[in-house]
Design a protein around this ligand. Structure first.
Ligand SMILES: [Zn+2]
Length: 487
């Protein structure tokens, strides 16, 4: 047995230089199993908000830790675990099983919080050494793309239909307690059509999901790139997309890497406590999560931010995500899978079809999988468009907007032009179509608004929630492009 203890001290000055510290060690022979545990001084407990240290952990193997996308990435557990183990055929969730050759490994410590007195850390390494020779070039089929064929069962089934799903949720492959199987069972019970499991900063859940895939739910490969300055979902690729990020240039490099792997990037919960997004919006992202979790979780902030971006001419689709952290047993808090639910119109029943629908902006968001649901289209004298699309508008003429509402009885349908209310009407039936004539601006979007009946709240809801003026559904906008008159 190979054993090694690594000690050190980290200070606020270390963190100001870099958010990550690399602690190298040399494995003299290949190993059948490698186990790493760590502890550090003045660890902050989860109910503390200040004082103390929070140090995250992960591992790179001898293939290296270059940014972005270091080839030797073997996993990351944030601060959710104090020990992990990796073997050729199994690993702690969050880590990738596979060969463990001799060579230079690097434990990566994430300096999330380092208090003024600094952090003393101790890392214990244990390895069962093996006489078998191994070098990565001999087994070129091992890669950090955990399962290149995932998702395997994405057959075309129908066309032109709306699919509903959840684009952000978590299992015990990062910081939730529930298993992938428990999460999939809940998604199926809700009748979701697609699900993106977006565990933080790793892809080890992809392997587990591929094994559970029975074709009844479109499983969109996902990971939440969780940096200390903002979070971003990457969907559609099995490749790990890095997270070691501090500046707009860093996040741009990660977005470029994700795009190279065929990934789709969506900024998450850009609002106080989300946590917020600190990299700005002048980035080649593909979508924005405008609604995360129950409406009163500061979603008015992300909605107002989006309205400001729209007014500046932004044309990025918006989506919702529950950010559900699946519990191991009964529900523990107010967040629920499918709240909100994202509806996407697809022309192909596949992961690529869902992502293509989002890219087109054929998306509306509902408070729950049962709705209420909203669709919108618009017509001018020179063209027509549905949500996500551009509408040609001739001169100063008004635009005819048609909104269809399902299960929205009693709520108010509102059309919003460039951030301002342009039209409001109470919805009187469970299924209805509303026609409105509005002055076009840069964009028009629709929403359903109303107070939350207290009977709808689960027992875990905080007592001090403001129940007024919740959004129950939101559409993507139609962008109005004015054609010069007299042409
Ligand atoms: Zn997040």
């Amino acid at each position: 047995m190979f054993r090694l203890t690594l000690n050190g001290h980290l200070t606020p000055a270390d963190k100001s230089r870099s958010d990550y510290a690399y602690i190298p060690f040399h494995l003299p022979q290949p190993a059948n199993r490698l186990t790493v545990s760590y502890r550090y001084s003045a660890a902050m407990s989860s109910n503390q908000t200040e004082g103390g240290n929070v140090i995250d952990i992960g591992l790179f193997d001898p293939r290296g830790a270059d940014f972005p996308g270091g080839l030797g990435f073997r996993g990351w557990s944030g601060s959710a675990r104090d020990e992990f183990t990796i073997a050729p055929t199994d690993a702690t969730p969050g880590y990738l099983p596979g060969p463990l050759p001799a060579g230079r490994y690097q434990v990566i410590l994430g300096l999330y919080r380092v208090w003024p007195a600094g952090a003393d850390y101790e890392i214990q390494i244990e390895a069962e050494l093996s006489d078998q020779k191994f070098d990565f070039s001999e087994k070129s089929n091992f890669s950090t793309s955990t399962n290149p064929s995932f998702p395997p069962k994405s057959a075309f089934r129908s066309s032109g239909q709306w699919l509903r799903g959840d684009l952000q949720c978590h299992t015990f492959h990062s910081d939730a307690k529930g298993s992938p199987r428990q999460l999939l069972d809940k998604a199926k019970a809700l009748g979701l059509d697609f699900l993106a499991v977006t565990d933080h900063n790793n892809t080890s859940h992809h392997r587990a999901l591929a094994a559970l895939d029975d074709g009844s739910l479109l499983l969109i490969p996902g990971q939440e790139v969780t940096t200390y300055y903002g979070h971003m979902n990457v969907w559609g690729t099995g490749q790990w997309c890095d997270f070691r990020c501090r500046t707009p240039d860093d996040i741009r490099a990660i977005i470029q890497l994700a795009h190279k792997h065929g990934g789709f990037c969506s900024i998450n919960h850009p609002k106080q406590g989300g946590p917020a997004w600190e990299y700005g919006f002048d980035l080649p992202v593909d979508a924005l999560e405008v609604w995360q979790g129950p409406w009163p979780y500061r979603n008015t902030e992300s909605l107002a931010l989006w309205d400001r971006l729209l007014a500046q001419g932004w044309r990025i689709p918006v989506v919702g995500g529950s950010d559900y952290h699946c519990p191991a047993r009964e529900e523990t808090n107010f967040l629920r899978l499918g709240q909100p639910t994202t509806w996407v119109r697809v022309t192909e029943h596949s992961v690529a079809g869902v992502l293509a629908g989002i890219r087109k902006g054929w998306v509306s968001i509902s408070a729950s999988p049962d709705g209420p649901r909203l669709e919108m289209r618009a017509e001018s004298s020179v063209g027509e468009a549905e949500m996500g699309e551009a509408l040609a508008v001739g001169g100063a003429e008004p635009v005819a907007v048609t909104a269809r509402v399902w299960r929205g009885k009693g709520l108010v349908l509102r059309l919003v032009v460039d951030g301002d209310t342009a039209f409001e009407q109470r919805v009187l039936d469970d299924e209805t179509t509303v026609h409105a004539s509005i002055e076009p601006g840069r964009s028009v979007r629709a929403e359903l608004i109303g107070d939350c009946p207290p009977a709808l709240l689960p027992p875990q809801a905080p007592a001090d929630l403001d129940l007024r003026g919740w959004r129950w559904a939101l559409t993507n906008p139609i962008y109005c492009a004015r054609e010069e008159s007299g042409k």
